[in-house]
Write a protein that binds this ligand. Structure first.
Ligand SMILES: Cc1cc2nc3c(=O)[nH]c(=O)nc-3n(C[C@H](O)[C@H](O)[C@H](O)COP(=O)(O)O)c2cc1C
Length: 246
């Protein structure tokens, strides 16, 4: 059973071209430098991002690992200002609805049923921030997409469930690192994902088939500002199991 599964997996991997890199310390330091330098950048020049540059970012994205090598992730690239504005407005509507649930007992009850007690508590905690974003949006400031010149949506057939979502988000992270390496800036716009689960019109607007869902969203453009230093992070919380035997 195990052997046949391995054979199926190997068959799915077609080696076409290209050399595999040889691991070395120099390469490791470059990777570490890249992952440390990557920051969310939310202020963009209004210069359009060239199609060939977006394609380079997608090249990195499509090489992300995927469950069972199913390569489920599909990409939607939005550059047109009108559509981007509509996505921002629909997102404000969707997250506004979510924050609204925290305001009444029936909404809170439904949230607990769907998200569990801790999930519902998390949304309740976020509600003031969400309401702030929505009212800023209404006053004409795009604090959701931050006037991004490009929005990349990471989508897949929802039949793939959790795996489809994980695959899409691994692809998103590859894209984010590639973008950083290319001198672009980007940030994850989770609010679009959350809103797309509540407002069908986002999927319709970008012609997403009904079978599909949006699992990740990345705003991307040439950044107005760059950072000089990478920030320190919390120390890794690690549990070493059985290390005394090594
Ligand atoms: C799951 C997830 C959701 C996020 N959603 C948003 C978002 O909706 N809007 C936003 O501006 N940033 C969003 N971010 C970016 C985080 O705020 C950011 O990664 C974090 O503050 C760390 O900063 P850094 O990316 O500069 O290292 C999100 C990041 C992740 C991983």
């Amino acid at each position: 059973m195990k052997a046949s599964l391995i054979i199926i997996c190997i068959e799915k991997i077609k080696v076409t071209e290209g050399f595999l890199f040889i691991p070395c310390l120099h390469f490791f330091s470059q990777v570490l430098e890249l992952v440390r330098s990557r920051r969310s950048k939310r202020s963009f020049k209004q210069t359009p991002v060239e199609r060939d540059v977006i394609e380079k970012v997608l090249e990195a994205a499509r090489f992300a690992p995927s469950g069972h090598n199913e390569q489920t992730t599909e990409f939607i690239i939005i550059q047109d200002k009108k559509t981007l504005n509509e996505i921002s407005s629909l997102t404000a509507e969707g997250i506004g609805k979510l924050a609204g649930y925290t305001k009444n007992p029936i909404g809170r009850y439904m949230m607990r049923r769907v998200m569990g007690r801790r999930g519902a508590a998390y949304v309740t905690e976020l509600a003031p921030e969400i309401e702030g974003l929505v009212s800023l949006h209404k006053s004409g400031t795009d604090w959701i997409l931050r006037e991004t010149p490009v929005l990349l949506l990471f989508c897949a057939d929802s039949a793939g469930g959790t795996s489809a979502s994980i695959n899409a988000n691994l692809a998103l992270q590859n894209a984010a690192l590639a973008a950083e390496a290319y001198g672009l800036g980007c940030f994850y716009v989770y609010f679009v994902v959350v809103a797309s689960e509540r407002v069908d019109s986002i999927a319709k607007l970008v012609s997403l088939p009904e079978t599909h869902a949006i699992y990740g969203a990345l705003a991307m453009g040439y950044p107005r500002l760059t950072y000089k230093k990478w920030p320190e992070r919390n120390p890794a919380k690690v549990t070493w199991v059985g290390t005394d035997q090594l």
